[in-house]
Design a protein around this ligand. Structure first.
Ligand SMILES: Cc1cc2nc3c(=O)[nH]c(=O)nc-3n(C[C@H](O)[C@H](O)[C@H](O)COP(=O)(O)OP(=O)(O)OC[C@H]3O[C@@H](n4cnc5c(N)ncnc54)[C@H](O)[C@@H]3O)c2cc1C
Length: 440
């Protein structure tokens, strides 16, 4: 029996909630239900898989622990950009060969194009802006690295990236003493991420897919030919299952997930709108999305309503004293990098989990040893484009129109367990110390 219910809503405190509208309350799963495919997680990946499946005539439902966009898809910085791995281009070529690295980069570009096409086809105004992304050298010695990256991108991937001197940056509206040069990569755009995920969910509903909110999957067992997914007040029996919980995945559903993902916190602050004089005082007037060259990078952009969005890594622990410290550190970084705005108030501040994998690449495919179970996760902090296209490709694997080899090799490595998974957060703390020292 499927019933309508009105569970309380989780408030994240993001600017997107205030600006893109509250997610709709989908009914909770009550009783039992039968579907061909059950998807766990209503973010870009799960919803993209569900959309393609529903459009292909497959009966599909999405089981979401909270509500559409509760995970990173409703909390991110809105940079629809290249990325999805922590391996750089040179490492990708060394590990997978030039052809596979090229296929992987082309896949990232296709992901960006897919999001753009969707917004256009659905007639969704998601506050798009920015042509490509600017990488800013935070030390003078990083300028040479940007130069070498420009040559590398051109030679290996045919990408035309443009180098900018410190003076040119100032002229193009990227003002600030802390930036010594820039590399503009002309791929990607910025959007309101919540508007996009809500529109995606609407398309799933229109195509006939079911979405259940407040329905965390707590257990996954095999029941004859079908998988049995247990939720708080019911269960779903499905021939196939998609794991799309990413940085919010519950590690016991299924147990295979235990120790195979590393959720990492990222945090964002958004200021009040800036006046003309405040913008010119800092010399920052560009609406191009930008990031610095730190390993523990900062990412930032001027929003269409002239607020400034500033993101950086989060802390390790989710308890209030640690979160307060994290917000203070992020605010202090913002004031250091944009001193003319030191008195501009932060009006929104929130955080969320990205998902890392031990392979440092995402995984999109069939879960080994669990017939009929598929996974799409591990976007390493860049999932708008990557999770969107990967959800769609995963649907192709499920319906049989695609084979695993049709995906670029970096996506084909199943998630490996981290050694001593209980200590993952401590590894992360160690990595932050090391990277902080390397970034200095
Ligand atoms: C602060 C922040 C900034 C970011 N900025 C950017 C950016 O600018 N550009 C970019 O490309 N990427 C960015 N990312 C990353 C990007 O948001 C994610 O990679 C992407 O949203 C992941 O989508 P997803 O569908 O895989 O997972 P999510 O959107 O995280 O969705 C997973 C969902 O699964 C649900 N779930 C998990 N387990 C269960 C269960 N057992 N039962 C039911 N439901 C379950 C969760 O509740 C959650 O809603 C950012 C992330 C964060 C946190």
């Amino acid at each position: 029996m499927l019933q309508q219910s009105k569970p309380p809503r989780e408030v994240i405190g993001s600017y997107w909630e205030a600006n893109a509208g509250q997610p709709r309350l989908d009914r909770q799963l009550m009783g039992n239900a039968l579907f061909d495919v059950a998807v766990i997680g209503a973010g870009y990946a799960g919803l993209s898989a569900a959309l393609k499946l529903a459009q292909s005539g497959v009966s599909v439902c999405v089981l979401e622990a909270e509500h559409v966009g509760f995970g990173a898809s409703g909390r991110n910085g809105g940079f629809c950009c290249l990325g999805g791995t922590k391996l750089d281009g040179r490492q990708l070529i060394r590990k997978f060969g030039l052809e596979e690295a090229r296929r992987f980069v082309a896949y990232q570009v296709a992901g960006i194009n897919l999001v753009a096409q969707r917004l256009e086809a659905w007639g969704v105004d998601a506050d798009r802006h920015s042509r490509g992304e600017m990488y800013l050298a935070h030390r003078s010695r990083d300028v040479a690295a940007l130069k070498s990256e420009a040559a590398f991108l051109k030679e290996n991937f045919g990408m035309k990236a443009r180098l900018l001197s410190k003076e040119a940056l100032g002229e193009e509206g990227f003002g600030g003493d802390g930036f010594h040069g820039g590399l503009h990569v002309p791929y990607g755009f910025a959007l309101n991420p919540m508007t996009y995920v809500l529109a995606l969910a609407d398309q799933v509903r229109k195509a006939g897919g079911g979405i259940f909110g407040k329905s965390p999957v707590t257990n996954l067992t095999r029941d004859g030919e079908r998988w049995h997914l247990e939720t708080m007040h019911g269960y779903v029996r499905a021939k196939k299952v998609v794991l799309a919980g990413n940085g919010y995945a519950r590690e016991n559903a299924p147990k295979w997930l235990y120790g195979r993902t590393l959720p990492v916190m990222s945090s964002i602050q958004v200021t009040r709108p800036l006046s003309d004089s405040e913008l010119s005082a800092q010399g920052w007037t560009s609406d191009t999305m930008a990031a610095d060259t730190r390993i523990l990078l900062h990412y930032f952009r001027l929003l269409p309503d002239r607020r400034f969005l500033f993101g950086t890594r989060g802390g390790i622990f989710d308890a209030e004293p640690a979160l307060t410290k994290m917000r203070k550190r992020a605010r202090s970084d913002f004031e250091t990098m944009f001193p003319a705005w030191a008195d501009v108030e932060t009006e929104h501040s929130w955080h969320g989990n990205v998902c890392m994998a031990r392979t440092l690449t995402p995984f999109v495919g069939a879960v080994p040893g669990m017939e009929g179970v598929y996974a799409a996760l591990g976007w390493h902090g860049s999932g708008i484009a990557m999770a969107s296209i990967s959800g769609e490709k995963l649907a192709g694997l499920i319906t049989g129109v695609l084979k695993q080899q049709d995906l670029p090799a970096p996506l084909q490595q199943p998630l490996k367990k981290f050694p001593l998974p209980l200590f993952r957060k401590f590894y992360l703390q160690g990595a932050y110390w090391l990277y902080g020292w390397q970034d200095a």
